[in-house]
Design a protein around this ligand. Structure first.
Ligand code: PRP
Length: 184
């Protein structure tokens, strides 16, 4: 990190796109919305590993009603910067969610294929209700329209890292979200 707030990862230079304060304020807003919308319904948040872990942790801390958490894991893109659209389920949820109010929590919706795949899986468990929260939505890249009830930021079609999002598994620990310097 230098005074221009750029950093180098795997030979590419990145600069801040969404800073931590902006992220935290928006996540807190989403938490307040969920607290209001789900009051008395004890929702279960289903985090999609790995990328959603940081957003999920902050989102859950912003929710002030009773709620639970579980995780599933998909595999798709590896070190690629562009979505391949090939999705596999690597870890299933453990919690019984039949009759529960389920909120799927993603870090990013890009093509939308992952979220569609997850929603199809969740519906088979027959939850009482099902909604989706994503920190980021790359609207121009979306190939399948999946209803997204809670969206942190609609972003351009840029490769983003930080705050859970990785570049070849690195960068997830960054508190801010970055894009490659020459992009935009
Ligand atoms: C990312 C992200 C979503 C998916 C979105 O996961 O966490 O699950 O891509 O892309 P889509 O809308 O085009 O399907 P990734 O495969 O990078 O794994 P990770 O969460 O472990 O980083």
């Amino acid at each position: 990190m230098n005074e221009n707030q750029s950093l180098t990862l795997r030979g590419d230079t990145f600069r801040i796109y969404l800073d931590r304060k902006t992220i935290q304020e928006r996540v807190a807003e989403l938490g307040r919305m969920i607290s209001t919308d789900y009051d008395g319904r004890k929702p279960i948040l289903i985090g999609v590993l790995n990328g959603a872990f940081m957003f999920l942790a902050d989102l859950m801390r912003s929710i002030d009603i009773e709620c639970e958490v579980d995780f599933l894991k998909l595999s798709s893109y590896g070190v690629e910067k562009i979505s391949s659209g090939v999705v596999h389920e690597l870890k299933k949820i453990d919690a019984p969610i039949e009759g529960r109010h389920v909120i799927v929590v993603e870090d990013i919706v890009d093509t939308g294929l992952s979220m569609q795949f997850i929603m199809d899986i969740m519906k088979k468990y027959r939850p009482a209700s099902l909604s989706a929260a994503t920190l980021l939505h790359k609207t121009a890249a979306t190939r399948v329209e999946v209803p997204l009830q809670y969206v942190g930021f609609k972003i351009k079609n840029l490769f983003v890292i930080g705050y859970g999002l990785d570049y070849g598994q690195l960068g997830r620990n960054l508190p801010d979200i970055y894009i490659i310097e020459e992009e935009e």
